[in-house]
Design a protein around this ligand. Structure first.
Ligand code: GLV
Ligand code: MN
Ligand code: MN
Length: 400
């Protein structure tokens, strides 16, 4: 059994990286905290006699055994965070992976298949806007040229950022040979709501979800001299979009959030010339998600006509419903003594891998349900139970 103190010791070695003064994390891909996390990963892998490689998409892999042998069992998650996010989302899966490998070694379990730990690049899409960037590129779900041209909030492209970090953006893109070597993928993740009351659960599905960019245009003008009846103010159309998305989500049993906005010129005494906002929308069913987006689009278009503004709605990244591999899910739930099986509204690299490889997810209980915020956490005791559960799963899949 993993002692909670032992979990805590490894956890604390990673915990300070990228943590801001208010306790929130700022770990964005290819920034200093991300590179420091990668260094931590390489050291932990080396301590366990694992070989480390970075693929052309910046995903980091540590291996016990030769991955070229194929039918590998891989576990892992991501280091990156949302702006000011929690420390457990992603990192818990990587710390737990290394500790689970320790448990197997101490039990004398001998992997008969290659065993890998992966850290995917930019799962949150916090820097370049596309969620699950590394896993989408790996699986061919994202065009490498589009990816290389994505820019961060300072206008710097992924291609430029990779070059400055010594990586070659020409290597971005699908890696079917690497994917073919994976026989099963299991991601352990902190649960992100209050749905899990046992220490560990197994994922059944991920809701369909996506991100839409809303561009509102109007006429920049003086706040003091422009008559109210003569304005083309995109902030009004934007406000209608926020309230409309919230209302439609409540009416339709979906989730809709506008958590990011940028305004030009962003001056107190100027009517904005443009507003850009991002809508995150999720629903249990694809038809509900489609109907939510259609309803929001209709509402804002009608409002824009009244405001004399322009609006365009464009999808930035959209993920269909994911039903995890049923046999693997049931086998793992049985192995863990009838662990609860539950769906989630959160997106994961496991969801991207699931279209290509038998994939499963383990969730560790979140006592408050808070996530993507500094208060996100799981107890050391539950995390230790999570490590034992992951070790049992790896033993079942890789050592028999
Ligand atoms: C990732 O955490 C997401 O669901 O946005
Ligand atoms: Mn997240
Ligand atoms: Mn995550």
């Amino acid at each position: 059994m993993m002692a909670p103190d032992r979990f805590a010791a490894l956890w604390r070695s990673l915990e300070p990286i990228g943590r801001g003064a208010g306790g929130g994390y700022h770990r964005y891909s290819w920034t200093y905290p991300d590179l420091a996390c990668r260094e931590w990963f390489s050291e932990e892998a080396a301590d366990r006699g694992m070989t480390v490689e970075t693929d052309g998409n910046g995903n980091l892999w540590a291996w016990l055994g030769d991955p070229a042998a194929g039918d590998a069992v891989v576990t892992g998650s991501h280091f990156d965070s949302v702006p000011g996010g929690g420390g457990y989302d992603g990192a818990l899966g990587i710390v737990s992976a290394f500790l689970a490998i320790d448990v197997l070694a101490e039990q004398g379990a001998r992997p008969r298949r290659p065993l890998g730990v992966v850290a995917f690049t930019e799962e949150e899409g916090a820097r370049f806007g596309v969620a699950c960037l590394g896993s989408r590129l790996l699986t061919g779900a994202l065009d490498p040229q589009r990816a290389a041209a994505l820019t961060d909030r300072d206008g710097v492209s992924l291609g430029e950022v990779m070059k400055s970090a010594g990586a070659d953006p020409a290597l971005l893109g699908p890696d079917p040979a690497r994917l073919r070597r994976i026989g099963a993928f299991v991601e352990l993740h902190v649960e992100q709501g209050r749905a899990l009351t046992a220490p560990v659960g197994v994922a059944s599905a991920i809701w369909p979800h996506g991100r839409w960019r809303l561009d509102f245009t109007g006429t920049g003008n003086h706040a003091g001299t422009t008559r109210m009846a003569e304005r083309q103010d995109p902030m009004l159309t934007f406000a209608c979009a926020v309230l409309g998305a919230n209302k439609e989500a409540r009416l339709q049993g979906a989730h809709a959030t506008v958590g990011r906005v940028s305004v030009e010129p962003n001056a107190t005494n100027a009517i904005p010339s443009s507003v850009t906002a991002w809508l995150d929308a999720r629903a249990p069913e694809q038809s509900t998600l489609d109907s939510l987006i259609a309803a929001v689009t209709t509402r804002v278009s009608e409002r824009a006509a009244r405001d004399g503004t322009g609006v365009s709605v464009s999808a930035e990244s959209v993920s269909p419903v994911i039903e995890f591999h049923a046999q693997l899910r049931d086998r793992i739930a049985d192995l863990l003594g009838g662990a609860p099986v539950l769906p989630t509204g959160a997106g994961h690299d496991a969801g991207v891998l699931a279209a290509h490889v038998p994939t499963a997810m383990l969730f560790v209980r979140n006592p408050t349900g808070v996530s993507h915020a500094p208060q996100e956490y799981a107890t050391d005791t539950d995390c230790a139970v999570g490590v034992d559960a992951l070790a049992a799963v790896l033993e079942e899949l890789a050592c028999r």
